[in-house]
Ligand binder design. Structure first.
Ligand code: C5P
Length: 223
């Protein structure tokens, strides 16, 4: 496995944060840099896959040969993912999708008011859970960034979102997760198996993730 082992497969990767606009000058977002997802997209392309990268706002250049679709909000990401998922053998959902968005986007800049103000938020669609409910489900890989009870929460997400694999990161560690070039992870699988990945570069971790996917895909045939 590795050189060319994803030839003939289409892999969708989502990456980066989403931005949820409050008014024309403000938004809610998070610390995701997009580096892990871009590493997965680059590695999948190097291994021969056709790669569709649905990316939230990042400062990163699109990896060579990757088809990038740039989006802003969770709902933009949902639309792009659902439009392109047919024909994908694999979806790797690295993106740190904002869980909530402002209930209303104000058309004009909100003016300073009293000492306290309240912003009403509503829940965003869970794109990965929606993919998990598809009749023709691609091989689905989710990410779980946690600061406690890593394995328990990740196992619950794997089951609840109907995933094939989940990559769990402890983001309370300084050398893993957001905005660094290294990561350590725990892989959990639908069949109950698990694998620990020690600290390594995000490029190498991307290849370890793809090793697991490639080994579990029916050869050359989209599911
Ligand atoms: O539930 P939680 O947000 O921790 O799950 C993380 C996983 O779910 C990631 O793979 C992320 O891309 C995906 N997700 C999503 N849509 C959301 C929230 C999370 O696709 N609204």
């Amino acid at each position: 496995l590795r050189p060319g082992d994803l030839e003939g497969q289409t892999v969708m990767v989502t990456a980066g944060p989403t931005r949820e606009e409050i008014d024309p000058v403000r938004f809610i977002s998070n610390h995701s840099s997009g580096r892990m997802g871009y590493a997965v997209a680059r590695a999948a392309r190097q291994r021969g896959a056709r790669v569709i990268l649905v990316s939230g706002p990042t400062g990163l250049a699109a990896p060579a040969g990757v088809e990038r679709i740039c989006v802003e909000s969770a709902r933009d990401m949902q639309a792009a993912v659902m439009e392109h998922v047919a024909g994908c053998a694999v979806v790797v959902k690295t993106a740190a999708v904002a869980d909530y968005r402002p209930a209303e986007r104000q058309g004009g800049k909100i003016k300073k008011q009293a000492a306290e103000m309240t912003l009403a938020l509503v829940k965003n669609p869970d794109i990965l859970a929606e993919l998990g409910r598809l009749k023709k489900r691609p091989f689905l890989v989710g990410f779980a960034a946690e600061t406690s009870r890593l394995e328990e929460y990740a196992a619950r997400k794997l089951a609840e979102k109907n995933l094939d694999m989940i990559v769990a990161n402890d983001v309370s560690l300084g050398d893993a997760g957001f905005n660094v070039d290294t990561n350590r992870a725990l892989f959990l699988f639908r069949d109950g198996s698990r694998q620990e990945c020690p600290l390594m570069s995000k490029d190498e971790l991307a290849n370890r993730i793809l090793d697991q996917i490639a080994a579990r895909l029916p050869a050359q045939r989209p599911r």
